[in-house]
Design a protein around this ligand. Structure first.
Ligand code: SAM
Length: 232
């Protein structure tokens, strides 16, 4: 069953740490560039009729790790396990990921067809296997439930940018106008390991890489404080 990537994502997430667990949790924008074999703008004819797309992709940075019947559930603190098919773990047979993303424009750039997408939870360079329109009449499940979300909801913490970081952020925003929104929406979810979430004061300095910037933060009285932003 040969599978050929139809494209590759360009994403602000250059490392796995702090990538949201699911799409649309952070305002992360990027684009899919089609490979030469599929580089024909007609593949998107009619896509403007759909606000969102399903994107299927390969967890290519996990491919060497194989799979196990059960996986550790990071949202449950990392000790409890779930069946691989009861999880959205990246360690799964065939290593296929799927995300519903907001559709942006499509166009040719330097001769290559690109599709803008928003709400990413994909690492930069992820191979894209397929793109399909999201169909609300079929894909919305009104009666859907998620007991895990009731038990361990995604954190929504306050984020503060320090004065020192603010100066660098203002400069960096000239190149990436969405950078502050991205930083705040990523950090609100508290990217620290789940077992640290109970620590409202955590002086350890953490580093998140977004675009070509290292963003440093620690946690004080439940608020994530951005201390520095450095161009890499
Ligand atoms: N929404 C998708 C799904 O349900 O199949 C992905 C969910 S998975 C839990 C999301 C995580 O996958 C991200 O937080 C990131 O750490 C990881 N990830 C994203 N792109 C990846 C890649 N190309 N290779 C390995 N891991 C990746």
């Amino acid at each position: 069953m040969p599978i050929t990537p139809i494209g590759f994502i360009t994403s602000p997430f250059k490392q796995k740490f702090a990538i949201p667990r699911q799409p649309n949790l952070a305002k992360a924008k990027g684009h899919i560039t089609l490979t030469e074999q599929f580089n024909d703008i007609r593949v998107f004819k009619g896509l403007e009729g759909f606000s969102h797309v399903w994107v299927l992709f390969q967890f290519h940075k996990n491919s060497d790790k194989g799979w196990k019947p059960t996986v550790k559930a990071p949202r449950l603190g990392g000790n409890e396990t779930l069946g691989v098919f009861a999880s959205r773990s990246t360690h799964r047979p065939n290593g296929i990921g799927m995300s519903v993303l907001k559709r942006g424009g499509y166009y040719k750039h330097n001769g290559l067809v690109q599709l803008e997408v928003e709400g990413l939870d994909l690492l930069d360079g992820t191979p894209i296997l397929d793109i399909k329109p999201y169909l609300p009449y079929a894909d919305i499940c009104e009666s859907a439930t998620d007991k895990l979300d009731d038990y361990a909801p995604i954190p929504n913490r306050q984020v503060v940018i320090s004065e020192q970081a603010r100066a660098s952020l203002t400069k960096a925003s000239m190149t990436h106008s969405d950078l502050e929104t991205l930083i705040v929406s990523v950090l609100q979810q508290d990217p620290r390991p789940a077992y640290k979430h109970k620590l409202d004061d955590d002086p350890k300095e953490y580093r998140v890489m977004l675009y070509a910037y290292d963003i440093y933060f620690y946690v004080q009285q439940g608020t994530l404080v951005v201390t520095q932003l450095k161009a890499v």
